[in-house]
Design a protein around this ligand. Structure first.
Ligand code: P6P
Length: 329
């Protein structure tokens, strides 16, 4: 029988929150709690690197490209390495896939019960402009046997199998927002204490909003029904807000209401956002927060994955706005 879940008071630390939530699940072993702590630690370290980058010579392009063929900013790679190190040291994760590498990263923890899919630093084209950027993460219980190396199947379970998902937003303040399937909670990082403090318990999308986030310069490529919907937004005098950093746009829409859309374009005929380590985790959060996420035809979480780095069209945010973008049958 699950204990009654009381919403902890604003102001408690992440550690205490995680412990309280864990106690509501008598069968919990604490392993997932440790994974969340490891992710939070990596976020603190990356936060420090980002805050310094204006001063330290770590900006600018590296020579190497990431799997997406994009020029890899040094901070991208540092974030990637920091997360891997934190998860390797934590011992609970047996494998990782990342936007920054083609294949599975074996952590050398064959007894680890979990695998992680992550975009270590999304929005990296904004790094030099000091615009908010973010880490996106997704957690699955492995399906391969304990004591063995992680397998492709561990990462291709589909969005509904996620046991946790969230993001770290490095903005005017640094926030960790995540869900383990019991709602969405937001924590603000207090660097002088080195603690994440519960600041936004039980986040849900506002019931109504007139804001949309989209790169409108791509309209000539959008499917006709999308162009029509955007015209309707203009007629209804919607606000257009587009930061060019998915985590930042998603977070603003979560707090104030709105929809983020990245439809198919000529450059990205399958959409630009990656299914497994961007769209699945954010769709998990969106549904937990009373919102929706679709590819135009089906919920993002119902898409069957077949490749680690596959992309998908994405319409995500307040339910009443996402409903506009269900492809007319
Ligand atoms: P565009 C960043 O590269 C990203 O993946 C998202 O964070 C962002 O919303 C989108 O691409 C921006 O893409 O084509 O509008 O520059």
């Amino acid at each position: 029988m699950q204990a009654a879940v009381t919403v902890p008071s604003v102001g408690i630390t992440l550690d205490r929150f995680i412990l309280r939530k864990q106690k509501t699940f008598p069968s919990a072993t604490g392993d997932l709690s440790q994974v969340l702590r490891d992710i939070a630690l990596a976020g603190k370290i990356i936060n420090r690197e980002i805050n310094r980058f204006g001063l330290a010579d770590i900006t600018g392009d590296t020579a190497t490209d990431n799997i997406q063929g994009e020029i890899q900013q040094k901070l991208d790679w540092i974030a990637h390495v920091r997360f891997i190190r934190a998860l390797v040291n934590g011992g609970e994760v047996c494998g990782i896939i990342s936007e920054e590498e083609a294949g599975i990263i074996d952590t050398g923890n064959p007894e680890g019960k979990y695998v992680i899919a992550m975009d270590p630093l999304d929005g990296s084209s904004n790094i030099d402009a000091n615009v908010a950027i973010g880490t996106i993460f997704s957690v699955y219980r492995r399906v391969s046997p304990l004591g063995t190396s992680p397998t492709v199947e561990d990462f291709l379970q589909g969005g509904r199998q996620q046991v946790a998902a969230g993001y770290i937003l490095y903005g005017s303040s640094t926030m960790l927002v995540y869900s383990t399937g019991c709602g969405v909670d937001g924590f603000t990082y207090e660097p002088t204490l080195g603690e994440y403090i519960l600041s936004h318990p039980n986040l849900t999308f506002p019931a109504y909003s007139k804001t949309f986030s989209c790169n409108e310069s791509n309209q000539r490529d959008f499917p006709p029904f999308v162009v029509q919907r955007i015209q309707e937004f203009y007629e209804q005098r919607f606000s257009s807000r587009y930061i060019g950093s998915f985590v930042a746009d998603f977070h603003r829409n979560l707090i104030k209401g709105g929809i983020y859309l990245y439809p198919p374009t000529q450059t990205h005929i399958q959409g630009k956002l990656r299914l497994i380590y961007e769209c699945y985790p954010m769709a998990f959060l969106a549904e937990q927060a009373g919102g929706k996420a679709i590819d135009g035809q089906q919920p993002i979480l119902d898409i069957i994955p077949n490749r680690f780095h596959q992309r998908t069209p994405l319409y995500i945010g307040s339910s009443h706005l996402v409903d506009y973008f269900e492809i007319p049958s």
